[in-house]
Design a protein around this ligand. Structure first.
Ligand code: NAD
Length: 434
């Protein structure tokens, strides 16, 4: 099939590349000329393991193309994917202006019947609105079917997830459109779950809200564990072995971040509010998540009379490992606080430093590796659980720091191993080692 994918961010570029890998001809469209120039050369503008290789392969095999020109991009396509951003507005609702622009671009350029597939995460009812925007602006007499196909990939494992996802959700207004999108995805070998459009839109929000709930739940348990002398890791293990609960998303820490959970949970509270329903549980989940970073900072404040002039090594800036995505990363709030308190912050992240420099306080300094960050530091804060930090010898803290005090916001180390070194170790929901 000939497919256009509009928006080549973390979702669009992976979607376009993987669709070309399974044999479709894919035209990726973005408004950012610099990005498009890079992508044409097989260079991904985002860090995503395995993506460059797959792009180069499919560019060379002439199945994957890039353009900024919508009329060129939509020429003769059977299916158009919308994968532009739906960022958070100040009131927490989803900003649909990018989606609206794409709908208008589709209407003014298509010359044959198409199926428009929405991958962007959009509030319930948005696909009906997208269809009306397209139909109200159509230049040619063509038929447009709408399909909601929410995306569940994880940044950092996006290629793997595209070929090994648990399900592909297809919400369609008619059987023909649903079957066409099901067929298009068949080579992925992933079960297709077909439903109506509104249920598909809701599945995405409900799934993210549920995962966020699991995280905030274990974080609250973790806070209680600290007070009653229990170990949250053992508690999570013991809970997770129950199949009804499952072991994933039960890692206590400094909360979730990224481009999805924070905005999608707030958007779902808004969606509920719009129909006079107060989603009390989800409001609690959001509040707990915001509190979780403060808990780490409170521990730090309790440990030191003042942070003024202290050298603080911050290990990890990305919102999670294996990505360069800094959106809603815990490091943003935490480094801001440390700088306000007069600390000398030296940060290191394996891939997110270039993006971090655009966002973090200008007074944050950057090291070129972990050891350089730790050199003569008074405190080390671990904010992202990169393998590089997990694999670090605990002795490196002892050897390089002025005062080997570690605050581990992601529970990277086994306290039983840490005990063998002369370090002070504070983690989340587990007894401290002094
Ligand atoms: P992103 O910000 O990384 O990328 C969006 C891209 O769209 C940018 O490259 C931008 O230049 C381009 N764009 C904007 N307007 C355009 C237009 N009119 N024509 C062509 N291109 C245009 O966003 P993302 O992280 O890929 O997220 C996209 C959507 O997918 C969002 O709704 C998000 O909630 C959802 N989602 C994201 C993830 C994730 O892990 N990032 C996972 C699941 C779902």
């Amino acid at each position: 099939m000939k497919i256009a994918v509009v928006g080549t961010g973390y979702v669009g570029l992976v979607t376009g590349t993987c669709l070309s890998e399974i044999g479709h001809t894919v035209m990726c469209i973005d408004i950012d000329q610099n990005k498009v120039n890079k992508m044409r050369e097989g260079i991904s503008p985002i860090y995503e393991p395995g993506l460059d290789e797959l792009m180069i392969k499919n560019i060379e095999e002439k199945r994957l193309f890039f353009t900024t020109n919508h009329s060129e991009g939509f020429e003769n396509v059977d299916v158009i994917y919308i994968a532009v951003g739906t960022p958070e507005r100040e009131d927490g609702s989803a900003n649909l202006s990018f989606v609206e622009q794409v709908a208008k671009d589709i209407a003014s350029h298509i010359e044959k019947d198409v199926i428009v597939v929405t991958k962007s995460t959009v509030p319930v009812g948005t696909n009906d609105w997208i269809k009306s925007v397209i139909q109200n602006n159509l230049v040619n007499n063509v038929k447009v079917d709408i399909v909601s196909n929410p995306e569940f990939l994880r940044e950092g494992a996006a290629i793997y997830d595209s070929f090994n996802g648990d399900r592909i959700v297809v919400g369609a207004e008619n059987v023909t459109a649903a079957n066409t999108i099901g067929e298009l995805n068949k080579p992925f070998g992933i079960p297709v779950f077909k439903t109506d459009i509104r249920s598909a839109e809701m599945i995405k929000y409900a799934a993210n809200a549920f995962l966020a709930t699991k995280i905030s739940f274990i974080n609250e348990i973790s806070n209680i564990c600290e007070k009653v002398g229990a170990n949250v890791e053992d508690v999570a293990n013991g809970m997770g072995q129950d199949n009804r609960i499952g072991s994933q998303f039960l890692n206590a820490g400094i909360g979730y971040g990224g481009s999805c959970f924070p905005k999608d949970t707030k958007a779902l509270v808004q969606i509920a509010g719009n129909v006079d329903y107060e989603f009390e549980l989800l409001k609690g989940v959001i509040h707990v998540n915001q509190k979780q970073q403060e808990i780490l900072l409170n521990k730090l404040d309790d440990r030191f009379d003042s942070l003024e002039g202290k050298k603080i090594a911050v290990l990890g800036l990305a919102f999670k490992p294996n990505t360069d995505d800094m959106r809603e990363a815990a490091s943003i709030v935490i480094t801001k606080y440390l700088i306000e308190k007069g600390a000398n912050v030296v940060a290191y992240d394996p891939v997110a430093m270039e993006n971090a420099k655009k966002i973090l306080d200008l007074n944050v300094n950057y090291a070129s590796n972990t050891i350089e960050a730790l050199k003569d530091a008074d405190v080390a804060l671990i904010l992202t659980e990169w393998n590089e930090f997990k694999d670090l010898e605990i002795g490196s803290f002892e050897k390089n720091m002025k005062l080997p005090v570690i605050f581990d916001g992601r529970n990277c180390y086994d306290p039983k191993i840490v005990e063998n070194f002369h370090v002070e170790y504070h983690s989340m929901g587990r007894p401290s080692i002094k």
